[in-house]
Design a protein around this ligand. Structure first.
Ligand code: FMN
Length: 429
């Protein structure tokens, strides 16, 4: 089984493209996430709508889609996959790959990829046997690609037979499974093995109209670092991130959201969890009177007034769940003054177990600032006291926090062996 793997499927413009719909279904049945890039020609054979319905994801088709470049981009598309599969691989697409061309999204993703692809060719036997195609196949094999098929048999065109049929779906799945290593979390019997950790990260964007939004300076670096550290500690990690410009951490299931309301919905959908860490800088307010169209600047007209309403409080909502509350609920507090005082009040008001407070003021002393920077200086506040950690890298903060989380769950397990917990709350101290 390739369970939990992120598969990037590149569909080329061949008649066998329809078989990819079945491939997607079978891969998803096995617990994989499938993202799809379709060439322009592929869209003549199957619609992005069908593919999107089966993957439950948007389909990527255009290299010059600005939204994609900002949100994800051709580099990240392949980097965020555990395995890249080209099926059906057309003669044309293989020629581009062998030459290193990158003039559409599919070829650009393949050229920018850090993984050797699994290639499943499908074409007319004469196209396959053509010396040009065979030269390209030899080159691609030398470059490290794994080939599956083509099989020999009847072709879709009447009276044509020979090598060129797309490998059957079970063969494709077997090849993908052979190529894909097990998820990092399955390989690491770390201190959080068997635990589900939900983490929010990054800012939220609250729309003013279709082109403008309210946001903040959060980069997502701290939340993503915690996700990475939790994966390394063996946890199953769900990372729910607002719009950021950094890559999804390997081994985590990542959900991308924009607004606070979407973030709350994604957190609720991700539960149950053993630990929930709310590191995202969620906007406190959203615009009640947002424009359905771009708000126009009109000469002499009044400046528009934005009416703000409070956003849902994700930390307080989850910390106060009477059923299904994660055992350990951790909030982050970004403060610019009276850091400990505000954070201690937040711990009481929100009903969470720990608060990680960081000084995001301009005079925090951290070069480049905490928001967007790589370093952090935090206080960890629990009901029975606090620790002030020295300035360190966000990855070190993440590792230290994960260590404390693992200790807390370990202590809880030990104390629940002695005396069963009345509340079932693992981390409340
Ligand atoms: C009806 C039809 C079927 C085709 N089937 C194949 C095929 O099975 N394999 C192939 O390599 N090309 C096939 N082609 C040619 C490709 O669609 C063409 O080379 C296209 O440029 C490939 O684009 P892509 O590699 O960007 O997907 C077919 C073309 C048509 C019109």
């Amino acid at each position: 089984m390739v369970n939990n793997r992120r598969i990037l499927l590149i569909i080329g413009g061949g008649i066998a493209a329809y078989k990819c719909l079945e491939l997607i279904r079978r891969l998803r049945e096995r617990g994989n996430r499938v993202r799809v890039v379709m060439t322009k020609a592929a869209q003549q054979f199957v619609t992005p709508l069908s593919v999107s319905a089966l993957t439950n994801e948007r389909v990527f088709t255009d290299l010059f889609d600005l939204d994609d470049e900002r949100e994800i981009g051709h580099i990240r598309l392949s980097r965020e996959a555990d395995v890249v599969v080209v099926a059906p691989a057309t003669a044309d697409l293989m020629a581009k790959m062998a030459l290193g061309l990158a003039n559409d999204l599919a070829s650009a993703v393949l050229l920018a990829s850090d993984k050797a692809p699994v290639i499943a060719p499908a074409m007319n036997p004469r196209m396959w046997q053509n010396p040009a195609t065979q030269r390209n196949v030899t080159q691609l094999k030398a470059d490290g690609a794994t080939f599956v098929g083509p099989e020999t048999g009847e072709m879709a065109e009447a009276g044509e037979a020979g090598p060129g049929r797309l490998a059957e779906v079970p063969e494709l799945i077997a090849a993908i499974e052979r190529t894909t290593t097990a998820p990092a979390s399955a390989l690491t019997p770390g201190p959080l093995a068997g635990r589900h950790v939900v983490i929010t990260s990054g800012p939220t964007h609250e729309p003013i109209d279709p082109v403008r939004y309210i946001a903040n300076r959060s980069s997502g670096k701290q939340g993503h670092a915690i996700a990475e550290a939790a994966v390394k500690a063996g946890a199953r990690v769900t990372l729910i991130s607002g719009p950021v410009n950094i890559a999804d951490p390997d081994g985590a299931t990542c959900v991308h959201v924009e607004t606070a309301a979407q973030m709350l919905a994604a957190v609720e959908a991700a539960l149950p969890a053993d630990i929930a860490i709310f590191c995202a800088a969620v906007a406190d307010w959203r615009v009640a009177n947002r424009g359905g169209q771009k708000i126009k600047k009109q000469k002499g007209a009044e400046v528009p007034r934005l009416e703000l309403v409070p956003n849902p409080d994700i930390l307080a909502t989850i910390a106060s769940l009477s059923k299904g509350r994660p055992g350990l609920v951790i909030g982050f507090a970004a403060e610019t003054e009276n850091i400990l005082g505000h954070a201690q009040a937040k711990l009481r008001n929100k009903g969470c177990d720990w608060i990680v407070a960081n000084d995001v003021s301009a005079d925090s002393g951290i070069a480049g600032g905490v928001m967007g920077g790589d370093r952090n200086s935090v206080h960890l506040i629990k009901a029975d006291g606090h620790q002030s950690w020295p300035e360190m890298g966000k990855d070190e903060v993440a590792r230290a926090l994960v260590e404390q989380m693992a200790n807390s769950l370990g202590e809880d397990r030990r104390s629940s062996k002695r005396k069963p917990s009345a509340t079932g709350k693992a981390g409340a101290k």
